[in-house]
Design a protein around this ligand. Structure first.
Ligand code: QUE
Length: 335
């Protein structure tokens, strides 16, 4: 079996426990980690002593910050396609395997949970978030798009919250993630070790026993505006709707959307709309296809440079303005 040193799989009572153990990289997933998780889940499927699976991140900063996007950019710059295809093929297969897993799968999410981290949690039936959990799908900021099955689950969140999260990359903390449907339970960080022990000893009943009441939804004041604006059929119409709101929230949202890749807004809007009518498997296939074409767009290499490699956070998008995006150039990525 492929075994990554950054994944620790062990038995604990009734549970199989998977620890993402790459804290210096915020537990971001590379291909060996994905293979190790997949092989572990496959082995535990048939193991009568494993009644449920629990996945956690090492350290307090992150559950999992995403994929190893820096390595993918390097391969793209080298014109080396096979490792990119292998990464996405196996990552998306893992997302699908988690969605179809025959035993209960529980993600304990404390700290950053973005992109690929959402992919190894949100498709499972149980996602426990703490007050320090921080969820986001921030890919438009790197000239990519919400993948890992996001075109399946984002359109299925309440109202237009998923479209809002996927286009803006907005971050939501644990309680708000539970309100939004990204998490299913809210348990304070202080209660997480006891919850993990109780899951191993007693099973799923521990989830409700260790859950805390949800504080009010931080997005509640903006729910109507989110649903109004993010129902817009096009990106220019979304900007126009935000402009008519006349609130500080709408201005902040417009500013956030102005910072991300204009082209990524267009291809993400289309992908999420198409996802409404697709199965998870169809969504993952469409995301794989769009990944192959959109990664050739200069905004991916530039976005990862600005946000992850150089961290100057000043990407030079091409085109730089939403108004200059050519619809035919976007459509060509979907052929
Ligand atoms: C947007 C993103 C990602 C990001 C930053 C963004 C992303 C991702 C990472 C990341 C973080 C830490 C790591 C790493 C990658 O950062 O998807 O290898 O150690 O994986 O602004 O979408």
């Amino acid at each position: 079996m492929h075994h990554s040193p950054h994944v620790i799989a062990r038995r604990d009572g009734r549970a199989g426990r998977i620890l993402l153990n790459r804290p210096a990289a915020l537990n971001a997933l590379d291909l060996p980690m994905i293979r190790t998780i997949a092989a572990t889940l496959a082995a535990w499927r048939e193991d009568p002593e494993i009644h449920l699976v629990v996945i956690e991140g090492a350290g307090e900063r992150a559950f999992c910050a995403g994929g190893d996007i820096r390595a993918l950019r390097d391969h793209q710059l080298d014109g080396d396609r096979p490792p990119i295809d292998a990464f996405f093929t196996e990552e998306y297969a893992l997302n699908a395997a988690i969605a179809a897993y025959p035993k209960p799968y529980v993600a304990l999410i404390d700290g950053v949970c973005m992109g690929g981290g959402i992919g190894v949690s949100v498709h499972a039936p149980y996602r426990v978030a703490t007050e320090h959990a921080l969820f986001a799908m921030p890919e438009t900021a790197i000239g990519f798009f919400p993948d890992i099955g996001a075109s399946f689950f984002l359109p299925r969140l309440p109202g237009r919250i998923g479209v809002y999260l996927g286009l803006t990359g907005a971050r939501v903390r644990g309680a708000d993630a539970a309100h939004a449907g990204l998490a299913t339970h809210f348990t304070p960080r202080a209660g997480l070790p006891a919850l993990a022990q109780a899951l191993a000893a007693d099973g799923l009943g521990a989830l409700a026993a260790h859950a805390a009441p949800l504080p009010p939804f931080g997005l509640a004041p903006h729910r109507d505006a989110i649903d109004r604006c993010f129902a817009a059929p096009t990106i220019p119409d979304l900007f126009a709707r935000l402009a008519t709101e006349g609130t500080a929230w709408a201005e902040e949202t417009r500013t956030a959307l102005r910072a991300v890749s204009p082209s990524a807004l267009f291809w993400t809007r289309r992908l999420l709309a198409e996802g409404e009518g697709r199965t998870l498997a169809q969504c993952l296939a469409a995301e794989f296809a769009l990944g192959r074409t959109s990664m050739r767009h200069p905004d991916f290499v530039e976005g990862v440079r600005a946000m992850v490699v150089d961290k100057d956070r000043t990407p030079r998008w091409s085109p730089a303005r939403m108004e200059d995006v050519v619809p035919a150039d976007i459509a060509a990525l979907f052929d």
